[in-house]
Design a protein around this ligand. Structure first.
Ligand code: OTU
Length: 650
């Protein structure tokens, strides 16, 4: 938008730019800056308008954008232009992701490059490498306590090797997603070090206080994120002689975005990694970006303004790069991280669908889809040009973050139901085959989340221990059906690295004192390559899981109705054990797929009358794309075997 006040400011800024920037001909940069400047200026003014150095800070921001644009390679600039043209590229069904730890999967970046064929064999073409930046050896929260944002941990390799990885992936038509830990730094970061030495400028990068007065006010309304291991939200720093805000672990210092210098530094970091070839950046813990006394300090309006600014700035310098919002918050809040606009994502193009993930686990424990269907029905709609990241398992704990009201509507008491789910997955519920552990148990609130690998949570570990073939079969089927939902749902499916070979819980972390009190490490084990090789031996657990997922992934890529264009319809059926939804190709509505998933361990009858009303089962049966077999109608019903999933076409 053209608006005179911001435009004349832009003209002034352009004159003030360092001569080596001002003299360059940066056609695409200037057209994009012109297009976004009104928004950037308005947002920056809303956040920092009352500061005396406002204009200076604006100049510094534009300089950062220009400097990183000048640095951006011709190949990446070309890819930006191509993506501008093909702007819906990421909504295609052809993308299938996997998240993995570089070191745990393949030792280092060289190893990772050498093992890309494993991902390709499975059909994965989007690689999310968990954080690899320089961190302290012990207090690092699995890479989420960054000491130097511009340096790869030497154990993994070098920054150049990341760029090489990106280039290799590009040749294979694969995407690279990297983490940017925007909310906090390690207490060993240079900024924290300077703050400790008494440097006021850098103390202002964080929230530091001389006494408990302000921290106590904050504490009245701030929940605890790691209540068991890092209670409270402030830590006393002996060297500095001050309290510092640490929402996560005591060694993770929260950044103070009330200071524009912090935002500009972070935008510079974002663009640095965009320039190393990342296609997608996962912005960690975005819900926490803005702290305000008297609030829960999550999902604040200013956190959204900051994300809009980050997006607007990234669009000027590296418009082909997408953001993933990692906001594990209430269903109604998550979709706001797309940005509240009519069509385009104003903040992040992609958001973790934590609601669907948690609902899927509800269906596993209850063996029915009542809460799941209710939750899916009430899933807030997303923008046209934005998409979900659908996942079953990730490196974190599972929080049961769906809506109490959906639990009620499904006929359960929310408190009791959540208690049941925690008991079920931690094996306290008698008869449960799950082998999880409670994470972040909070005796004050009774809350807990769940740790454990996918395979162990669905009962594969206990089934193998008991040599119970039927239970092994049920666990494998459960793994397949959970993936069938994330592959068919609409959005980008993100697998977790050990899941395709049925990786069980690992207790190796207990031997490491730096990890022992954080049981999320039980599902972050070293990838077992000899176990992985079993995927080629017919009849093994690994082969049964791997081949089922591989087949569904290959199919997904061919099914145009699985692209994400708001083309999913949840269908009400007369059997609460089943999740039923349809997907249709917006280009050709006759091209559609009916997805039916039976979460129960007994076969289920589904009367087809309701589905006929939607045009399905007009003939005798429908064809299952996964097995190639027909699902026949008998007495106006179809029978779905226990724990089965179907992708049906006419
Ligand atoms: C994220 O997690 C990371 O995924 C975790 O591995 C880190 O420990 C954490 O940030 C700190 O960097 O902030 O918005 O339920 O879901 O900690 C959500 C706990 C986060 C996680 C939460 C999450």
């Amino acid at each position: 938008m053209y608006e005179q006040a911001s435009h004349s400011l832009l003209n002034e800024i352009l004159i003030e730019l360092k001569p080596d920037i001002g003299n360059l001909r940066l056609r695409h940069f200037y057209t994009r800056l012109g297009a976004n400047f009104y928004a950037i200026h308005s947002l920056f003014k809303l956040l920092y308008g009352d500061r005396a150095d406002f204009k200076e800070q604006m100049v510094s921001l534009v300089e950062t954008l220009a400097t990183r644009y000048i640095e951006r390679s011709p190949a990446l600039r070309k890819s930006d232009l191509a993506r501008e043209k093909d702007y819906n590229w990421f909504l295609s069904q052809k993308w299938v992701g996997m998240a993995l730890y570089c070191d745990r999967f393949a030792d280092d970046l060289k190893g990772l490059r050498a093992n890309l064929s494993y991902l390709q064999e499975l059909g994965v073409n989007l690689l999310h490498v968990m954080p690899m930046l320089d961190c302290p050896p012990d207090n690092n929260d699995g890479g989420y306590a960054v000491r130097d944002f511009f340096r790869i941990d030497p154990r993994y390799g070098t920054t150049e090797e990341v760029a090489e990885l990106a280039a290799t992936l590009k040749k294979r038509d694969m995407l690279l997603a990297l983490d940017i830990v925007v909310n906090h730094t390690s207490d060993e970061h240079e900024w924290a070090r300077l703050a400790r030495q008494g440097d006021k400028k850098h103390q202002d990068y964080y929230f530091v206080f001389d006494d408990r007065e302000i921290p106590d006010i904050y504490e009245e309304t701030m929940p605890e994120i790691f209540p068991a291991t890092a209670p409270g939200n402030f830590t006393w720093d002996e060297a500095m002689g001050k309290w510092v805000m640490t929402v996560f672990n005591t060694y993770q210092w929260d950044l103070n975005y009330r200071n524009p210098a912090v935002l500009i530094e972070m935008i510079d970091i974002i663009l640095f990694w965009a320039n190393r070839g990342a296609d997608i950046l996962r912005l960690d813990a975005v819900a926490f970006l803005w702290k305000k006394m008297g609030s829960v300090c999550q999902n604040e309006r200013e956190a959204h303004l900051l994300l809009q600014l980050m997006k607007d700035c990234c669009q000027v310098t590296a418009p082909g790069v997408l953001f993933i919002a990692e906001a594990i918050v209430a269903p109604s809040e998550i979709s706001k991280y797309f940005g509240e606009d009519a069509i385009n994502a104003k903040e992040c193009e992609i958001a973790y669908n934590a609601t669907l993930m948690a609902l899927l686990w509800d269906a596993v424990a209850t063996k029915n889809a009542a809460v799941l269907s209710q939750g899916v029905k009430n899933l807030p709609s997303k923008l046209e040009r934005a998409t979900w990241l659908n996942y079953v398992r990730c490196h974190d704990d599972i929080g049961l973050g769906f809506d109490d009201n959906d639990i009620r509507l499904a006929g359960f008491d929310p408190g009791q139901h959540r208690r049941f789910l925690i008991d079920y997955f931690t094996g306290r519920f008698s008869g449960s085959p799950a082998r999880g552990l409670p994470f972040g148990e909070n005796p004050k609130t009774g809350d807990a989340r769940i740790s454990g690998s996918l395979a162990s949570l669905v009962g594969l570990e206990s089934a193998l221990d008991n040599g119970d073939e039927a239970a092994i079969d049920a666990a494998i089927k459960t793994i397949a059906l959970l993936h069938s939902v994330i592959l068919a749902f609409g959005g980008i499916p993100l697998l977790y690295y050990g899941d395709a070979i049925g990786t069980l819980n690992s207790l190796e972390y207990l031997a490491d004192p730096a990890k022992a009190d954080d049981n999320r490490w039980m599902h972050r084990s070293t990838f077992n390559w000899s176990k992985a090789r079993m995927r080629h031996e017919t009849g093994t657990v690994e082969q049964r899981i791997f081949s089922a997922l591989k087949k569904m992934i290959a199919l997904r890529k061919e099914i145009t109705a699985f692209a994400d264009f708001d083309n999913r319809q949840l269908l009400a059926v007369d059997n609460p054990n089943l999740l039923v939804f349809s997907r249709s190709d917006p280009q050709n509505s006759r091209n559609r797929v009916l997805v039916i998933v039976n979460f129960n361990d007994a076969a289920q009858w589904l009367p087809v009358a309701a589905l006929r009303a939607h045009g399905y089962f007009q003939q005798a049966g429908m064809k299952d794309l996964c097995s190639g077999e027909r699902l026949e109608v008998v007495n106006d019903c179809v029978v779905l075997p226990s724990l089965s999933c179907y992708w049906l076409t006419d």
